[in-house]
Design a protein around this ligand. Structure first.
Ligand SMILES: NC(=O)c1ccc[n+]([C@@H]2O[C@H](COP(=O)([O-])OP(=O)(O)OC[C@H]3O[C@@H](n4cnc5c(N)ncnc54)[C@H](OP(=O)(O)O)[C@@H]3O)[C@@H](O)[C@H]2O)c1
Length: 319
């Protein structure tokens, strides 16, 4: 496993981390807690030392599983979690006073600490962000007070889906240490401004949704079924399954039959030096073993990166 500095924090984080949305058990269905716990333990054994979770993932269930593993494992594992929007609307909508009032941010951090059963959150992120909120003072004061009281070490945000530029303003304030952003073969838009700015300002980057919610898993078909109520059943609704299959087939043709789509997708993220860690969702030991092995494979060759540029796909399935 290789490690990279998380921006200007003193954290040396594994360049493959774990995204813990799927293990929450409510939005992604079909896994079991025993399998998730085994996958998390295996990831840590293989050198992973950063896990990204959120209070909203299974209403605290993901945090509870992550906290259990972090306490049991006997190693230093960095925990990143998130404050959900008070109005529970994703992507961000409304005035900041309704979405992130001071008391609410503090209470939410305390609830996360309670679920995780740890003393300090390494990285607390606002789960949604709007560029319109920049001037407001409440989030700034809440982050500062949480740091002062020792409840969090660092603060960050999760950039709006497919709108990385919405994070540029808050990055310039110097008040956040990390941004997590959608970055994958289909959405390469952070290359334009966000990643260069992160390098310039030394802000940590968590590359999220690297497998496009499973579209880049290499096992997607036009008639793939998800359990009713599973987030993916909504995300890949209508003719989206067909669109995905067509785009992935074009990608496979360009890469060649032998190329692994998920391996290429994760190495794509590792290829950008601004990325501190890529956080695929993985609920099984098999996926953990396959994905962590890619750390040593490292960046893709420039000719593959040039080829992948042609596969950027401008769309927003979160709407
Ligand atoms: N707004 C936000 O802040 C936000 C939004 C979305 C996600 N996130 C964060 O980003 C993380 C990653 O995104 P995500 O989990 O939504 O989606 P993702 O990482 O793009 O895709 C996860 C899917 O890929 C599958 N997978 C993993 N490794 C694989 C491999 N080697 N081969 C084939 N399939 C593989 C997983 O299967 P299994 O689950 O069966 O292992 C799962 O179905 C989240 O867990 C969360 O921490 C944040």
């Amino acid at each position: 496993m290789r490690y990279r500095k998380l921006g200007r924090t003193n954290f040396e984080v594994s360049d493959i981390g774990v995204g813990a949305w799927g293990i929450g058990g409510k939005q992604w269905l079909g896994g079991t807690d025993d399998e998730s716990l085994a996958a998390l333990h295996r990831a840590i054994e293989l050198g992973v030392n950063l896990i990204d979770t959120a209070l909203a993932y299974g209403d605290g269930h993901s945090e509870q599983l992550v906290g259990q593993v972090v306490r049991e494992c006997g190693r230093r594992v960095y925990v990143a979690t998130k404050v959900p929007p008070k109005n529970r609307i994703w992507p961000a909508r409304g005035a900041i006073g309704e979405v992130y009032p001071y008391d609410y941010i503090v209470r939410s951090a305390e609830e996360s600490l309670h679920n995780l059963k740890i003393d300090t959150i390494d990285l607390l992120q606002l789960h949604v962000w709007s560029a319109d909120w920049l001037a407001a003072g409440e989030w700034r004061r809440a982050f500062e007070d949480l740091k002062r009281s020792g409840k969090i070490r660092h603060a960050g945000i999760s950039a709006t889906e497919h709108d990385p530029d919405s994070a540029l303003g808050i990055m310039e304030t110097g008040l956040i240490d990390a941004v997590q952003v959608i970055y994958n073969i289909f959405d390469q838009s952070p290359d334009a401004h966000l990643l260069p700015l992160a390098q310039k300002l030394n802000i940590g980057i968590l590359a999220r949704v690297p497998l496009d919610e499973g579209a880049l898993s290499g096992r997607f078909t036009e008639d793939i079924q998800f359990p009713p109520g599973d987030f993916r059943d909504w995300y890949f609704r209508g003719n989206r399954r067909r669109e995905v299959v067509q785009h992935v087939a074009a990608l496979q043709r360009d890469l060649g039959d032998g190329a692994s789509i998920p391996d290429t997708a994760l190495r794509f993220c590792l290829s950008h030096p601004a990325v501190s860690t890529v956080i695929p969702g993985m609920r099984t030991r098999r996926h953990v073993e396959q994905n962590t092995a890619l750390s040593d494979a490292g960046p893709l060759p420039p000719e593959t990166l040039a080829l992948l540029k042609r596969h950027a796909w401008d769309r927003n399935y979160y709407m």
